[in-house]
Ligand binder design. Structure first.
Ligand code: PLP
Length: 384
């Protein structure tokens, strides 16, 4: 390996920021494996616990029994009736005119944004927008301006700046690391009144609330609503909800669609089955359970003396001070049987290290009680 890579690796190690692949992974949304031990999993994004639902796994298995590959890009011969059905059903769920399926949320953001914006345009992005949104904005070559997290007054100031090209507002409906939401109605209203294009990433919103679980941005009128099947739906892949005309434009300009092999049939088959559950009464019951678990965990932590935000989402950030303290807390919780990811720079800004607890409807009541008790025992702010 080249010496400069070696030097960077040693620097990250010195800073305590060396990441390692954890290939033992999640057993499912509720259980994870670490060093041969089973832990209760608070790191998964499969919020409804559908990744092992028999209807979903059977649909995937049946499709995989026919073929494991789409064999090419959709524009050549990789398309399938399953992808078309998934687009139709996703558009109906989201109440949008059309839908375009893409291979992953990350790939979608880094290829849709450059297809939409160019160097004469301007992108206004929330300071905490996901890495893929920022990378997509940078790849587009547009001028990139960031506004403080969820600060729509600051966004409005930026919208007032004269521009010769198009202006895009890029943000999230539910923030992946903080679990909070912008004032979505005002956001949409601002974009409308200043003629800006609203590109809203709904990856963590879809499935958890709204009519039939269609998310907090339902009916908002975002120009492009980006979602993933990889979070609450427990499957894989992404979709853009948009107008039929914009879909035609992107089919002819989005390089991630044109030059990448389409998803294999098992993936849209699993997503279709998951979507049917999300829209059903069973899905509604799972959402109620998820919300109740989130409320209970927040209540227990707050009653124990921690400063915990109240948001109607399954993402519960627990601020813990500096990086070393956050890592120590995560290690103490792992000892007690809980996987609680420590989130630190560069994923979040310096000084905002936290545990990011994510809940799933598959968690048991006792998981929540025991986790809260363990956090309160070990949290650095509560230890004398
Ligand atoms: C807001 C947001 N957008 C996009 C992605 C990427 O989605 P995927 O995991 O499907 O690539 C993530 C993943 O964590 C995310 O949090």
């Amino acid at each position: 390996m080249h010496e400069s890579f070696r030097q960077r690796l040693s620097l990250w190690a010195e800073q305590g920021r060396l990441r390692r692949l954890r290939d033992e992974g999640s057993l499912d949304s509720r259980r994870a494996q670490r060093d041969g031990r089973e832990l209760v999993n608070f790191g998964s994004n499969s919020y409804l616990g559908l990744e092992r639902h028999p209807a979903v796994t059977n649909a995937a298995a049946a499709a995989a029994a026919e073929s494991t590959s789409s064999t090419s890009s959709r524009l050549i011969c990789g398309g399938s009736p399953l992808l078309i059905r998934l687009e139709e059903e996703t558009a109906a769920w989201k109440g949008s005119e059309a839908c375009l399926v893409l291979n992953s949320g990350f790939q979608a953001n880094i290829t849709l944004l450059p297809a939409l914006a160019g160097r004469h345009d301007r992108i206004l992005a929330d300071r905490l927008a996901h890495a893929s949104l920022i990378d997509g904005a940078r790849l587009s070559g547009a001028e990139l301006l960031r506004f403080p997290h969820n600060d729509l007054d600051a966004l409005e100031e930026l919208l007032k700046k004269p521009s010769t090209g198009m202006v895009f507002v890029v943000t999230e409906s539910v923030f992946s690391m903080d679990g909070d939401l912008p004032d979505l109605l005002r956001l949409a209203e601002l974009c409308r009144s200043y003629g800006a294009f609203l590109y809203l990433d709904d990856a963590h919103g879809a499935g958890i609330c709204g009519p039939e679980g269609s998310g907090p941005a339902h009916g908002l009128g975002a120009d492009l609503l980006l979602g993933t099947y990889s979070k609450a739906l427990g499957s894989f892949g992404a979709y853009a909800c948009l107008s039929a005309e914009l879909k035609d434009y992107l089919v002819n300009s989005c390089r991630g669609l044109i030059y990448s092999t389409a998803l294999p049939p098992a993936v849209p088959a699993a997503s279709l089955a998951a979507l049917a559950i999300v829209r059903s009464e069973e899905g509604q019951a799972l959402r109620h359970r998820l919300l109740a678990l989130g409320n209970e965990l927040r209540r227990l932590l707050r009653d124990g003396g921690l400063d915990i935000r109240h948001d109607p989402t399954p993402i519960v950030p627990v601020p813990c001070g500096d990086e070393a303290a956050t890592l120590r807390l995560a290690a103490a919780l792992a000892e007690e049987g809980f996987l609680c990811p420590a989130i630190r720079p560069p994923t979040v800004p310096e000084g905002s290290c936290r545990l990011r607890l994510s809940l799933t409807a598959a968690h048991l009541d006792r998981d929540i009680r025991e986790l809260a008790a363990a956090i309160l025992r070990h949290h650095p702010q509560l230890k004398s």
